[in-house]
Ligand binder design. Structure first.
Ligand code: UD1
Ligand code: CA
Length: 476
């Protein structure tokens, strides 16, 4: 049985943040998520995450709500005395296990199960006790170097600060920090490591030389540097996030969605084949985009569902809402939480909705605020309509029947019900319910005074000229 230890103790001081390093969000998930998921995907049946006392509560809460019960547990390393000590704490927490133990760091979000497959295969060879991942770097400084004997066999991993010669420093093969060790051998070698090194820490890497001394095999499995990149500061966090977004855009495109390379799709989002994501589209949280949906430039969708063939025009913002089949949104529409836009409904430019349902074919094409509403099938909401849903203390509902017509620039003062097929004339302030098929009109009667415009203009001009002349006199 394969088990895994994820090393995630320590403050992560270089993040310069009060939030624990491994809980920093990256492409929609905490940093730590990716290592744990990679371990599970690689076949680990149990994963233990080694934490510092400070971040235990927050991290445990996340792991419990995210991963299946019983697979992922946490343990605490206090004080942090190095990676070897952390691995020992993790191994203890795994209990009486047998088989391979995968050890990963909690800050390598690009590493995936597919990167681990060669390691798992190498470790399965009969005589191998320790397998770890290495890679070649042009600039290996800071990393532990993989040292080999004349026959090319790995003899040791030596930390940067403990290197003894120029030849050692020039070694470009580095330790990536991913190991697979058979449980009993792991226990034995971890019990032997000491802290006689430049940092007076217990180095996990010392298991390599200890295993070699005991005459067993160690193999280094070479991997791609892109997969191994770690996050130590905010700059590296953003750099890795860019790579995660580039990766998801590429993978979605290869799976048959049309995705601009600048689209940013979080790891929590699902996008069906045949969907289109334009440049700068950001998809976050529990969002699902169905086939045939088009999300045009700059649209931001969070925790929402977009149904088949819906068309979201540029720069729309959609949060905790759903958009139905073939519906059209935007440009510049704002669907706030609880908006439910039905099949073939339209929400046009500068329309804001909140906790409002638009039934099939309903339309609000321009400049409106629809809060706490229910708009019947095929109803038409004119430009400038406001659902006055809030009196400063509480919210009330506006219910509009099917085929109703709300004229432009109307204020509907909730609570209010407008019946099926009713007609609200332009510019109405509607304060009482409108029965089905009724016309509601509330405006001052218009009065045209014939020939009055030119007389009015000359009177106004005369007054203005007089004012100017008086001002000139008092200046001189
Ligand atoms: C480690 C390796 C180095 C390798 C590099 C790859 C050792 C001694 N060195 O160095 O060979 O090239 O990773 O990135 O292992 N951690 C704990 N408890 C501790 C110390 C660390 O849980 O007491 C965790 C950290 O949270 C981190 C991981 O172990 O996730 C690695 O620790 P870090 O201090 O970053 O090791 P490096 O110096 O980078
Ligand atoms: Ca590191």
């Amino acid at each position: 049985m394969l088990t895994a230890i994820v090393l995630a103790a320590g403050q992560g001081k270089r993040m310069k943040s009060s939030l624990s390093k491994v809980m920093h969000p990256i492409a929609g998930r905490p940093l730590l998520h990716y290592s744990v998921q990679a371990a599970i995907d690689a076949g680990a049946k149990k994963v233990v995450v080694v934490l510092s006392p400070g971040n235990e509560e927050l991290v445990s809460a996340y792991l419990t709500e995210t991963f299946a019960a019983g697979i992922v547990t946490t343990t605490i390393q206090d004080p942090p005395r190095g990676t070897g000590d952390a691995a020992r704490v993790g191994l203890e927490a795994l209990g009486d296990i047998e088989g391979g133990v995968l050890t990963l760091c909690g800050d390598t979000p690009l590493l995936r199960a597919t990167d681990l497959t060669p390691l798992v295969e190498a470790a399965n060879a009969d005589d191998v006790r320790v397998a770890f991942m290495s890679c070649d770097l042009d600039d290996p400084s800071g990393y532990g170097r993989v040292l080999r004997d004349a026959d090319g066999h790995v003899t040791e991993i030596r930390e940067d600060r403990d290197l003894k010669s120029e030849a050692q420093r020039a070694t470009t093969e580095i330790n990536a920090g991913v190991y697979l060790v058979e449980a009993a051998a792991f226990r034995e070698s971890l019990s032997k490591i000491d802290s006689s090194n430049a940092q007076s820490e217990y180095y996990l890497t010392d298991i390599v030389s200890l295993t070699r001394v005991s005459g067993r095999h160690v193999v280094a499995v070479s991997g791609a540097i892109t997969a191994m990149q770690g996050v130590n500061d905010q700059f590296q966090l953003v750099a890795c996030e860019e790579q995660l977004y580039a990766r998801s855009a590429r993978e979605l495109a290869l799976a048959g969605a049309r995705v601009a390379s600048s689209a940013r799709v979080d790891d929590t989002v699902t996008v069906e084949t045949g969907a289109t994501l334009g440049p700068g589209v950001c998809l976050r949280g529990r969002t699902h985009i169905a086939s045939g949906a088009v999300l045009d430039v700059g649209t931001v969708v969070t925790d929402s569902t977009i149904a088949e063939n819906a068309y979201v025009k540029p720069y729309s913002v959609i949060t905790e809402s759903s958009v139905g089949l073939g519906a059209q949104i935007g440009p510049f529409a704002h669907l706030r939480p609880g908006s439910d836009i039905g099949e073939d409904a339209h929400v046009g430019n500068f329309v804001e909705t909140k906790k409002t349902k638009l039934h099939k074919g309903a339309k609000a094409n321009h400049l409106a605020y629809l809060g706490d509403g229910d708009v019947g099938e095929r109803a038409n909401i004119g430009a400038g309509t406001i659902f006055c849903n809030y009196d400063g203390f509480s919210k009330s509902k506006t219910i509009i029947g099917k085929d109703a017509f709300i004229g432009s620039d109307s204020q509907l003062v909730a609570p209010l019900t407008i019946g099926d097929g009713a007609y609200v004339a332009t510019g109405a302030t509607v304060t009482t319910d409108v029965p089905a098929d009724a016309l509601a009109i509330s405006r001052v009667k218009q009065d045209n005074k014939l020939g009055y415009a030119s007389r009015l203009k000359s009177r106004l001009k005369g007054a203005a000229d007089k004012k100017k002349a008086e001002a000139a006199k008092s200046d001189s």
